[in-house]
Design a binder for this molecule. Structure first.
Ligand SMILES: Cc1cc2nc3c(=O)[nH]c(=O)nc-3n(C[C@H](O)[C@H](O)[C@H](O)COP(=O)(O)O)c2cc1C
Length: 473
């Protein structure tokens, strides 16, 4: 049987303070981990090289429980990895890097007759000098340090019965397979129930996702990976920044500046609105936005304007349409709005769904700490300390677009999001309100707050809205 250990990440150190408090230190950060008994403190030091999970998860002694609590706390802070080895003398053959704070390795149950196969979302690639096995569906990635395991994974591109696989993975037992199954990197296949492998994996929503789109979604948002995100200037040392304006093309210029500068009245109004538009990140909480203003804002930007039905795909399916004030690829109107209300006169603090068809808002019973985290994340993204008065999350029902456009779907959804952001900007400018687009969105937090799985509906961006400081109410 393989040994699964928890191990501190290389850049993390654990130190006991003279008062008995344990502190984890990394990159100039310190995390207080509380007081531990002498035995647990001693065992905690072994986390540097690795402590078998079995040694503390089934140890009900005081030290065992303390280590269990400590390792789970470190895991939630992203400071632990898990190593799978053949014996405690051997180097790990596989190292599991959690990508989500809730990840904890669990062995899915397997029988000899079970048939396994690689998920169509799983992939292997070189990262620095190691081979990594990943999937946008997985809560962890697996570093593969043994070519035989890579060979066994390659064999799993075809369905394989466990009893036939046993000899191939003898050195790790089926432990690795059950960990991979738990992470959705492997899937169980039941040929009797479905011959369509795409449909056999997950629900109909998942069947609509293409590999590259789900990967793009999970890696370009927050919540399902542990990579640095935001303005990290990752290549600033190696590559100079591109110029703000593209160097022009050679050739004879036609100078537009000489042409008429007076615009017809309607165009002048649009131009004025475009030129007045600015991002507002600081809001006047003494005079917050009102529910009446919010209703007006949503009415003008996002309310369903009509309903219709049309046949698609040579009369195979009737598709409903519900156009709204902004353009949308294929008239899909897949974008949904969720409001995190911090300060709004006439509306209690909370999390709401905007029902664009009924032009009404519905409270969603999200946990207060999650609402706080959402609002605080927006303030952080805008580089300010106070949360916005109303934070609009723009989420997409992916399947609405993917059903028609497949490989194009995610790109179109991002474009739709940009269109809606500009619509919000123009409306807030026109109404004398302040607003700011926010590019980041946490797809895991959204899943927790709504209970909707990340591949069914998820956020792509946010918009902070409120009364700007200095604006007249
Ligand atoms: C897609 C998108 C994402 C943005 N994300 C952020 C953000 O996360 N934080 C922020 O402070 N501003 C964000 N902005 C606002 C831009 O920083 C802002 O539009 C830009 O600096 C130009 O300033 P202006 O909007 O005042 O003209 C975003 C804008 C867009 C269009």
């Amino acid at each position: 049987m393989a040994i699964l250990c928890a191990r501190l990440l290389e850049h993390v150190t654990l130190k006991a303070r003279p008062d008995g408090n344990l502190v984890a230190s990394f990159d100039q950060h310190n995390i207080q981990l509380g007081k531990l008994g002498a035995r647990a403190r001693e065992r905690a030091q072994q986390l540097r090289s690795g402590v078998p999970l079995r040694s503390f998860t089934s140890d009900r002694s005081k030290a065992g429980r303390e280590i269990d609590r400590l390792v789970r706390r470190l895991a939630r802070s992203g400071l632990i990895e898990f190593c799978l080895s053949v014996s405690d003398r051997d180097a790990p053959k596989v190292v599991i890097e959690p990508q989500m704070p809730d990840y904890w390795p669990r062995a899915a149950s397997l029988r000899d007759t079970d048939v396994l196969m690689l998920s169509r979302f799983a992939y292997m690639r070189r990262r620095s000098g190691t081979l990594v096995l990943e999937s946008p569906r997985a809560g962890a990635l697996f570093r593969i340090h043994d070519a035989k395991i890579a060979g066994m994974l390659a064999a799993l591109s075809q369905p394989q019965q466990i009893k036939r696989l046993r000899h191939k993975v003898r050195f790790l037992g089926v432990d690795l397979l059950s960990l991979l199954l738990d992470s959705h990197i492997l899937i169980k296949v039941d040929r009797r129930r479905s011959s369509n492998l795409r449909q056999a994996e997950g629900d109909t929503h998942l069947a609509l996702w293409d590999f590259h789109d789900l990967l793009f979604h999970a890696r370009s948002t927050e919540g399902r990976h542990a990579n640095p995100i935001g303005g990290t200037y990752a290549h600033a040392d190696d590559v100079p920044p591109l110029p703000a304006v593209r160097p022009s093309w050679p050739g004879k210029k036609i100078d537009l500046r000489k042409l008429a500068t007076r615009h017809p009245p309607a165009a002048a109004r649009v131009m004025q609105c475009l030129q007045q538009r600015r991002s507002t990140r600081l809001f006047d909480d003494r005079e917050p936005i009102t529910l009446v203003e919010l209703a007006h804002f949503l009415d003008g930007t996002a309310r369903v304007q009509s309903h219709s039905r049309a046949w698609a795909v040579e009369k195979i399916a009737a598709v409903e349409y519900a156009p709204r004030p902004y353009p949308s690829a294929g008239a899909s109107y897949e974008l949904e709005l969720y409001l995190a209300v911090h300060r709004c006169e006439g509306l209690a603090r909370g999390f709401y769904y905007y029902d664009a068809g009924a032009h009404s808002i519905v409270p969603i019973p999200a946990r207060p700490d999650e609402l706080e985290m959402l609002l605080r994340g927006a303030a952080y993204a805008m580089g300010v300390s106070a949360p916005p008065q109303v934070l609009i999350t723009i989420a997409a029902r992916f399947g609405r677009v993917a059903w028609k456009y497949s490989a194009l779907a995610y790109g179109l959804i991002l474009k739709d999001t940009g269109v809606l952001m500009q619509t919000f900007y123009l409306m807030s400018t026109e109404m004398g309100l302040g607003g700011c687009a926010i590019g980041l969105a946490n797809i895991d937090l959204f899943e927790k707050m709504t209970g909707v799985e990340f591949h069914i509906e998820g956020p792509l961006g946010q918009f902070a809205l409120g009364r700007a400081i200095g604006a007249e109410a």
